[in-house]
Design a binder for this molecule. Sequence first.
Ligand SMILES: *Cc1c(COP(=O)(O)O)cnc(C)c1O
Length: 373
Amino acid sequence: MQFRNLAKQYNKYRSEIDEAVGKVMEKAAFIMGENVSELEGSLSKYVGVKYCDTCANGTDALQLALMAWGVGPNDVVFVPDFTFFSSGEVVSAVGAIPVFVDIEKDTFNISPESLENAIELVLNKTEYIPKVIVTVDLFGLPADYKEVRAIANKYGLYILEDSAQGFGGTLNSKKACSFGDIATTSFFPAKPLGCYGDGGAIFTDNEEWHNAIKSLRIHGKGQDKYDNVRIGMNSRLDTIQAAILDVKLKHFDDELMACNANAAIYDALIKNPHVTIPTIPEGYISSWAQYTVLFDENERREEAMQLLKNEGIPSMIYYKKPMHLQKAFSPLRVNTECPVTEYVSQRCLSLPMGPFITEEDIESVCRVLNSID
Ligand SMILES: *Cc1c(COP(=O)(O)O)cnc(C)c1O
C-alpha cells in the first residue's frame, strides 16, 4: 500500500499532463512561460483573493512574505510548536525571532490562548517587537481564524497563513489561503495540490506586498532582471510545473470530494476506544493533507506502527519533535511552554490517505488499528 498514491493519479490524468508538458517543451519557454501567469490567474480566482504569485517552493513562499513585510532582527514571529520545520525556519532565516506557541489538542492547530500568553510574555518580559502570527492549516484543516484574527487586531500583528497543507480547505465557505494578510501554499508532490517537483505560491489582496513579492522572487528586480532595487531571491515556479498544475487544478475539487469521502470511511470504521479520530469543527472542511489519529498512549502508537508495517501498510509520525526542541533553534531567545504539543507528538499517527486510496485499503488499515487493546 502507498502512503499517498501519486502514480495512480498520474495514470488517470496521463494524456492531459503529457500533452501539457509536451507543449511547454515545444515552445521552450521554461522560465516564466505563459502557463505561469495563467496558473496564477486560476489560483487567485479559485481562492478568492486579488493576487497570486507563484515561486519555487512553499518554504520560499513563507520567506518571501516575511521579506515583503521587512521582518528582521528584533522582530518576533509567533509560530505553532507543532508543524513542519519550514514554518519556523524562515523566521530565523530572515534574522527574526521565532516564538513557539502551543496547539489545541483536538484540531492540532494554534491555540489562541497560548498565542495571547506568548504575545504578553514578549511585550512584558523582552525588548523584542511582536510582528507576525504564522497560522498553519495543519493536516488540511484551517486554523481558528475568528479567534486568531481578533488577537492580531488587538495587538496590531500580521497573520501569515502557512497553508502548505491547507489548500482546498474551507471555513464558512471561505477558502484556505484567503485568511492571512498574506497566505502561502506548497505544491510539493504529496501536498493536497501537488506538482511533479517543487513549487509554491503566495496569496494576498494587498497590491504593494504583491509588487514587492514579484520583485523579490526575481533577484529584487526593478524595471527588469538586470535592474536590481533590493536584495531578493531566485524563486520561480518552472513553466513545466505550472502546466502540470493547470491540469491538476481542473480535477482538484473532485479529488477533495474523494478525500472527504475516504475520511468518512475511516471515521466510521475506526472503533477502538484507545484511538481518537480527527476533529473537524462545525463550519470547517479539511483538504485532508493527512488523516491523523491520536492514541491514548505512546506504546499503543508504537505497536500500531509495527503491526501496520507487518501488513505492508505505511504510516508516518507528523511530527515527532516539537519545534522548540529542534537543535537548529537553540538556544531559544524566548522560552514558552507547549505541553499539548509534547503530548500530541508522542501519540499522533498519520495513516495512508488521498483521493486514490481504495475502500479495501482503508478497511485493512482499520482492521489493524481495531485489533490493538
Ligand atoms: C510542506 C510544508 C512547508 C514547505 O513546503 P515546501 O514546498 O516543501 O518548501 C511549509 N509549511 C508546512 C506546514 C508544510 O507542510
